[in-house]
Design a protein around this ligand. Structure first.
Ligand code: PLP
Ligand code: COI
Length: 339
């Protein structure tokens, strides 16, 4: 059946695979891991995930490598970020060890869906944790369900590693400084849908949010962090309302390894025009090089790529990251698990 999949032209979308893995939290503890071939879940209509947004998710990738092995990238870091999110919306934390065991199990159970190396596609893991216990008053549930499903995916932004244009949307905020923007919860994405449609309808790859308080600084885009490059320096926003991107942290480390400086600080919109290169980065996006950012409400354009091609530093960082993910370059920082 998988012979019919056009691996080289996969969208970033859902495809049914063979199995998912599940674990229930009841009576104050996590139960045994269950393997399921159902795509559905049975849910109480008063479950807190449906009413009060007790939903957290993660995103990570597994790769079929040229040496024939399967590698999964930054599994522990994703487990730890999920725990942080759980603390943020009062859900029980899934221990790192169990998270990793389940991730490895679901990858191997769906091995035939891991795209071939040559396709450039990967197997995307989507862990999610939801409050399943019934409540009508606003309070945390007493029962939870953790699931990991997988789906083979292609690039998130058009063309993968190719230049796209982005739009700053001043008439929407995705997250407030002391809100949930720093956690990976479904509500942040619901809050992004209208702005995302506006950007897409106007022909942009994605919307960029400014800091909600002053509307002066770049926060992040709908599904990825921002970085800019100039004067041998990797610059990325410091903000209370953005997701701490694991890809961004890897790129910061790789930039340091290349002898670059790294600055994590507020990035005012006016600075955009001074960058030699810029990109959106994340698990789904990897690096999506930025051609131009239009501040649509202000009628201002910041051109970053003059020739419509990815810049040399972004290209180097992209290749280094991919080579580590595919086991081609040495995994100096212990980011990869070989299955
Ligand atoms: N920012 C947002 C809002 C995201 O949804 C994502 C995707 O996970 C990222 C940034 C990138 O984070 P990561 O590199 O950990 O995938
Ligand atoms: C990811 O990069 O893993 C994301 O979660 C982004 C998006 C698909 C929500």
């Amino acid at each position: 059946m998988t012979e019919q999949i056009d691996w080289g032209n996969l969208p970033f979308g859902y495809m049914k695979t063979d199995y998912n893995v599940r674990c229930y939290y009841r009576n104050g503890k996590w139960g045994e891991v269950e393997v399921s071939s159902s795509e559905e879940i049975n849910l109480h209509m008063a479950a807190t995930c449906l009413h009060y947004g007790q939903e957290a998710f993660e995103g990570l990738k597994a790769f079929r490598c040229p040496d024939g092995k399967v590698r999964v990238f930054r599994m522990e870091a994703n487990a730890e970020r999920l725990q942080r999110t759980c603390r943020g919306i009062m859900m029980p934390e899934m221990p790192t060890e169990k998270f990793c065991e389940m991730a490895k199990q679901v990858i191997m159970l769906n091995e035939r869906f891991i795209p071939p190396y040559e396709s450039g596609a990967s197997l995307y893991l989507r862990p999610l944790l939801i409050g399943t216990g019934a409540q009508v008053g606003v309070k945390p549930a007493d029962e939870y369900l953790f699931i990991i499903f997988v789906t083979p995916v292609g690039p998130y932004f058009k063309g993968g590693f190719s230049v796209n244009n982005y739009a700053i949307v001043r008439d929407f905020d995705r997250a407030a400084p002391l809100g949930t923007g720093t956690f990976k919860v479904g509500g942040n994405y619901a809050a992004s849908l209208r702005a995302n449609k506006k950007a897409h309808d106007a022909g942009y790859a994605c919307e960029f949010y400014l800091d909600a308080k002053e509307k002066k600084y770049i926060d992040e885009c709908g599904a990825a962090n921002f970085f800019g490059i100039k004067d041998n320096t990797y610059i990325t926003p410091k903000s209370e309302s953005i997701l701490p991107s694991i890809t961004n942290k890897c790129l910061q480390q790789l930039a340091k390894d290349l002898g670059m400086n790294v600055e994590c600080r507020p990035v005012p919109t006016e600075e955009l025009s001074t960058f030699e290169e810029a990109g959106a980065c994340g698990t789904a996006a990897v690096i999506s090089p930025i051609g131009r950012i239009d501040d649509i409400e202000k009628g201002q354009s910041y051109v970053i790529s003059k020739d419509g091609k990815p810049g040399p530093v972004s290209t180097r960082l992209y290749q280094l990251l991919r080579d580590i993910q595919y086991g081609i370059a040495e995994d100096k920082h212990g980011w990869v698990t070989v299955l």
